[in-house]
Write a protein that binds this ligand. Structure first.
Ligand SMILES: Nc1ncnc2c1ncn2[C@@H]1O[C@H](COP(=O)(O)OP(=O)(O)OP(=O)(O)O)[C@@H](O)[C@H]1O
Length: 443
């Protein structure tokens, strides 16, 4: 782990939650357990906002749920105010990405829900809920039902429902990511000003995000998790004064530095690549081609935050494309710069048949799921296999939605390389006629 002190030290307040040597494994149907968290040590202290940042699948949500006491660690201990947890964490409340509101209850009833579970008197419940509804800008909506509210207002209810419990530590799992850009930005700003106000009961916030800018905007400390299994790769103190200016040089330097931490290979972990431990980043061939062309037009090298800003995207929006192209060996990442490799340069200037052939070779070499599908199809009787066969294999390590997504990405890549295609009528994958398939080494 690297420890990077950026500016002044932040709060040295008392520890509210302490995560000590926590590991978490999930059982996998018919396979080795999946180790999602590995020896995590982390403290949430009074007076600080901590952002947990990491790529998809690095175990951020699992860590948050472990801190909340919603799932027990396989190893290690989580303490609230020095006491080991025996169930849900009494000092925390969680805001979820999906809002998780009960549609048949009004705003007021949704907000009161957690207080009801704590057995509070109805009058006390009502008064506390009204106060929070007011605080979070929902006054006038107490009797509305969730379906009558916009996404931003629904997430306000999500916040109110957590805050009414007056948690010492507020845990938030990508609370802004289901909102449109402007609404998300407004809510972030409001959260910052609530955090600075005297009547805000919460002493510490732990925010899960995969958005680097959001982490730098909000947090006092950013904890970067690496994947397979999730380990703390780096910890950065963000000492920029609030309110923070995304365009300032200091802000951008931190974004660059965290980007480098996030994409840098973790030398301690070199697992054998399989479809389950090396998922395909969600990027289409067209998207990768666009990125590679853009880099080629700049002489094969670019600073990612600059490219993102020019495209009016955030760096995080480009990351799946960058990850996918890096996985295939089309580009390399060093610090915040991306460079086309020799293969990347060839691909950028190839005619279509050459481009397809090169892509097929790279996908077979570097994309485990593409390789596994090709191998199975070549060994099948007639070059065809039901898609549910692969979906079932993937569901050993992924949710159903993620298994479908992995298969869809593999089909997009396989189709472009003419390695295989999907026959939607018969729900089968069908071996393609790429010349590359004749190369026994790759098959
Ligand atoms: N209950 C579970 N059973 C089995 N595997 C699980 C379970 N919960 C999470 N996982 C697996 O653990 C890994 C980490 O998941 P987690 O949701 O914690 O990651 P994350 O970093 O929050 O990802 P994202 O940014 O995509 O939400 C994933 O491979 C996921 O499929």
């Amino acid at each position: 782990m690297t420890l990077v002190q950026m500016t002044t030290a932040v709060s040295t307040g008392r520890t509210i939650v302490s995560v000590e040597g926590v590991s978490k494994e999930f059982a996998v149907r018919g396979g080795e357990p999946l180790r999602v968290l590995d020896n995590i040590n982390l403290q949430l202290r009074e007076g600080e906002i901590v952002a947990l940042l990491g790529k998809s699948g690095s175990g951020k949500s699992t860590l948050l749920r472990t801190i909340a006491g919603l799932i027990p660690p396989s190893d290690g201990i989580v303490r609230y105010r020095d006491e080991p947890l025996t169930g849900s964490n009494p000092g925390t409340a969680v805001v979820f990405q999906s809002f998780a509101l009960l549609p048949w209850l009004t705003v007021q009833e949704n907000v009161e829900l957690g207080l009801r579970a704590r057995g509070l008197d109805p009058d006390v419940r009502r008064r506390r809920a009204e106060r929070v509804i007011d605080l979070i800008g929902l006054d006038g909506f107490a009797n509305a039902y969730p379906k009558e509210l916009s996404g931003g207002m629904r997430q306000r209810v999500g916040f109110a429902r957590a805050l009414v419990l007056e948690p010492e530590a507020l845990l938030m799992d990508e609370p802004f990511s289901a909102l449109d850009v402007l609404t998300a930005e407004n809510l972030r700003t409001e959260l910052t000003s609530l955090w600075g106000s005297e009547d805000f009961p919460t002493r510490s916030i732990c925010l899960v995000t995969h958005n680097i800018e959001e982490a730098v905007l909000l947090a006092d400390r950013v904890v970067v998790l690496g994947a397979n299994p999730g380990r703390i790769k780096a910890e950065l103190t963000i000492g920029l004064p609030r309110p923070r200016d995304r365009r300032s040089a200091g802000f951008q330097a931190l974004v660059d530095q965290i980007y480098a931490e996030l994409t840098g290979a973790d030398p301690a972990v070199q697992p054998e690549a399989t479809p389950l431990n090396r998922p395909l980043p969600p990027a289409s061939v067209g998207g990768m081609a666009g990125l590679v062309e853009l880099l080629a037009a700049r002489g094969g090298k670019a600073d990612l935050p600059v490219v993102a800003a020019e495209l009016t995207f955030e760096v995080d929006d480009l990351m799946p494309l960058v990850d996918a192209a890096a996985l295939l060996g089309l580009l390399e990442v060093a610090d915040a710069d991306v460079y086309l490799t020799a293969e990347g340069l060839r691909w950028a200037s190839a005619d279509i048949p050459t481009s397809k052939e090169l892509f097929a070779r790279l996908a077979l070499r570097h994309a485990p799921l593409v390789r596994v599908i090709c191998r199975a199809l070549r060994r099948s009787r007639n070059g065809r296999l039901r898609d549910s066969f692969f979906r079932d294999l993937l569901s050993g390590g992924f949710s159903d939605a993620e298994a479908n997504r992995q298969l869809a990405i593999a089909v997009d890549w396989g189709r472009y390389g003419e390695l295989f295609d999907h026959d939607a009528v018969d729900s089968e994958l069908v071996l393609g006629d790429s010349l590359v398939l004749g190369d026994t080494k790759e098959g």
